[in-house]
Design a protein around this ligand. Structure first.
Ligand code: GLA
Length: 743
């Protein structure tokens, strides 16, 4: 039952708001999907294999493909199974490329050759039924297309109809094949705690490039996202780009492979490392969804498509998520030392600058004085909150804010009542050490009793308190991923069932408490992907709140994820990460490129700080719809540059918001000219500073009027004549809005 629910839920990831056109031509056995500005074409070849034919710019309606023919192979060494670009290849018949599916049967057979049997087109979903040439093992390939963006979602359901159990050793959602070419650049994201989402670029070379997590969850070592550009013709906003994102919050793997005959293929799904999913007769396994898209508008265009897609088709409040409220979070101010009086005082100060949500972070529960104890004991700490959470929540609500709370449901400290009672509830191998990270162990959420415990305590917490928001944390990765309570050949199912149970808890909680919003946090940005984004309204990109480092983290983040979900706090200066000092204005403008939060210790603020903050929060509210839902243009990337500038344009082009940063000026060179993008060239736009002193720019030598800058001009002017900012010095920032006039 639980498995069926999980499958239904994963299938729901393929339900998009806008439908595309899916056609099958029986005479040629060709499938063609037209969506957005993209065509995706494949066919059944002479071997009855599914063979990819085209993925790229939308073709003319009348363009016809002839029947697919398998490739001949290359000498005796690269056989046709390897040289034919199969849509979803079983490991068999001499396949040397990355297989989509590898199975071991109990009789020792490990050969799997998948042939087309039939298909169904229903709405915007195409299901293709494949079967092994001999054994009764089937794979249903699912394709769904989003008409607005051309993004396809692909997944596979593997089913055992034989009379024996079998072992799935590797299972991908999909293989994407690019046009033959050797001139490709791969973009991908790497990171670590406090240094997430660093964009990397390298040539696609012969061989296999692996992006992955073996950590049990998404991890920040790589993000489950890729983009491949034509190397020599592309810039930020023009040229061919193929891109994809895997919707899975467990261990995952994406391989980018230029095979021996220079075909580039991208395969992604469950991580095959330490994988083994036993499928009993009659059982099925559904893979995660692997989304893929194409644009000829450069890497910037690719991220704009992904942002639109995430807002309209992925996030829980799709198709029109409400803009994120401005929140305050207590963590960097009070750490674990939270109590009723202290939080009430902070809440009053937070409310005074226009904050809409007050979030109490770690420290409110169990015997939680520091990170050594308490996780697992989700009762309110009596010393800190003698009357429960109600007085604080009432206070917060009376100040006009809603209330959010930090939880870390999947973890336990050995020093907790829960662990003392249920030491068998954690991931472990019998008789082996249990390696701690931040003094905590990982509860085995794959266990039904653990799943129920976690659901029940969260349900109780949300039922008994007026909680509008959960910050859902997950502060370590796995070690010793054993599940001793089940048979040895079923233990590796933990890699799938843990994540499915996490999703089921989130789904059921949201259904029962529909007003509650959730943030996915994992010691920063270690669990961000399109799978968790189905259930969470925002994410915490990094514990690193240094506003300068954040420019790079945010730049990388937005290649894959919409600024709507990118929570960004204004914290204290000097910032703990680099001991760097920056102005409050700089910190605000850095955070205002995403979903604004404040995490500073307000007790130390001066009246001037409060005035600055209040003014900037007001300014943010004027532009947040544009920042969170608009089209993002990277006018200057912070990577390898002293300057960094982003521009967001609202979907109806009625507003643009520009945020500009300078690390250090040198030799008196001027700040680069800014040529805006995406405006309506004929419309008139009025210039407005986003500043704590909007009428009198600070510092006062910023810009402009003196140098011939009008207050109002056409979109064409702002895009072609541009804007000259006079930023000078170190860690300077300025921002402005253009508001369309008279419509
Ligand atoms: C993680 C989060 C922080 C904070 C702490 C609390 O590190 O990323 O924002 O919530 O846990 O322990």
């Amino acid at each position: 039952m639980r498995l069926l629910t999980a499958i239904a839920a994963i299938s729901a990831l393929l339900t998009f708001t806008a439908h595309a056109e899916i056609r099958y031509e029986a005479d040629t056995k060709i499938f063609r999907i037209d969506a957005g500005a993209t065509s995706y074409v494949f066919g059944v070849n002479d071997m009855d294999e599914l063979q990819q034919l085209y993925w790229g710019q939308k073709l003319a309606d009348g363009d016809k493909f002839s029947t697919a023919h398998s490739n001949t192979g290359h000498a005796a060494f690269d056989l046709p199974s390897s040289t034919t670009p199969q849509e979803y290849a079983g490991w068999g018949a001499g396949l040397f490329e990355e297989p989509a599916l590898k199975i071991s049967f109990p009789d020792g057979n490990r050969d799997l050759v998948l042939h087309y049997v039939s298909h169904v087109i229903a709405g915007n979903m195409l299901t293709i039924h494949l079967k092994d040439i001999e054994r009764d093992v089937t794979v249903d390939l699912k394709y769904a297309a989003d008409a607005a963006t051309g993004i396809l979602g692909r997944s596979a359901v593997i089913e055992n109809h034989t009379k024996q159990p079998l072992m799935i050793e590797q299972a991908a959602a999909a293989t994407w094949t690019l046009p033959r070419g050797t001139d490709y650049t791969l973009d991908y994201l790497t990171g670590r705690w406090a240094g997430e989402n660093q964009l990397q670029q390298e040539a696609v070379r012969p061989g296999l490039r692996v992006l992955e997590s073996r950590r049990g969850s998404t991890g920040s070592q790589n993000a489950p996202w890729f983009a491949i550009e034509r190397a020599h013709t592309n810039d930020q906003d023009s040229g061919d780009v193929w891109f994809g994102a895997l919707a899975w919050s467990g261990s995952w793997r994406i391989t980018i492979e230029q095979e021996t005959l220079q075909q580039v293929r991208v395969t992604g799904g469950f991580n095959s490392f330490d994988f083994g999913y036993k499928l009993k007769p009659g059982e099925k396994l559904e893979t995660p969804v692997f989304y893929g898209g194409y644009t000829h508008e450069g890497i910037g265009g690719a991220s704009r498509l992904l942002h639109r897609f995430e807002l309209a088709s992925v996030l829980p409040q799709k198709p029109n998520p409400r803009p994120r409220p401005v929140l305050y979070n207590s963590w960097e101010a009070t750490g674990f030392s939270v109590d009723e009086a202290g939080q009430m005082a902070l809440a009053e100060q937070a409310a005074s600058i226009g904050t809409e949500r007050f979030v109490m972070d770690d420290g409110w529960f169990g015997q939680r004085k520091d990170d050594h104890a308490g996780l697992g004991d989700w009762y309110v700490n009596q010393q800190k909150f003698p009357h429960g959470l109600k007085p604080l929540i009432d206070k917060v609500r009376s100040l006009g804010m809603d209330f959010g709370l930090w939880v870390e449901p999947e973890m336990v400290n050995p020093d907790s009542d829960l662990y003392r009672k249920h030491p068998d509830w954690v991931l472990n191998f019998t008789g082996r050490p249990r390696t701690e990270g931040r003094n905590q162990l990982v509860l085995n959420l794959a266990r039904e009793d653990v799943r129920q415990y976690v659901f029940d305590f969260l349900d109780k917490l949300l039922s008994e308190n007026e909680i509008a928001f959960l910050k859902w944390d997950y502060n370590r990765n796995w070690s010793e991923p054993g599940w001793p309570a089940v048979a040895p050949d079923e233990q590796k199912q933990v890699y799938v069932k843990f994540t499915e149970n996490l999703y089921s808890i989130l789904r059921e909680l949201r259904a029962k408490h529909p007003k509650v919003e959730i943030e996915s946090c994992s010691g920063g940005g270690s669990r961000v992907d399109l799978g968790i984004m189905r259930y969470t309204d925002e994410v915490w990109p990094s514990d690193n709140t240094d506003p300068f480092d954040r420019l790079i983290i945010q730049d990388g983040f937005t290649y894959a994820y919409t600024p709507e979900v990118m929570m960004a706090w204004v914290t204290d200066s000097p910032n703990w990460a680099n001991r760097r000092t920056t102005s409050l204005e700089y910190r605000f403008l850095s955070s205002m490129q995403g979903s604004l939060g404040i995490g500073a210790n307000l007790k130390n603020w001066t009246p001037e700080d409060f005035a600055t903050a209040k003014r900037l929060v007001e300014e943010y509210k004027q532009a947040r719809e544009t920042v969170q839902h608009g089209a993002l243009y990277r006018l200057i990337s912070p990577r390898g540059s002293e300057a960094s500038v982003t521009e967001s344009v609202s979907q109806d082009k009625s507003q643009a918001a520009v945020f500009a940063f300078l690390h250090s000026s040198q030799f008196g060179y001027p700040f680069p000219g800014l040529y805006l993008r995406g405006l309506d060239p004929k419309a008139e736009y009025k210039f407005h500073w986003i500043s704590s002193q909007p009428e009198m720019p600070s510092p006062s030598d910023q810009l402009v009027h003196k140098t011939g800058q009008p207050d109002q001009a056409s979109g064409e002017w702002w895009m072609s004549k541009g804007v000259d900012l006079m930023l000078r010095g170190d860690f300077q920032a300025a921002a402005f809005r253009l508001d369309r006039v008279g419509q």
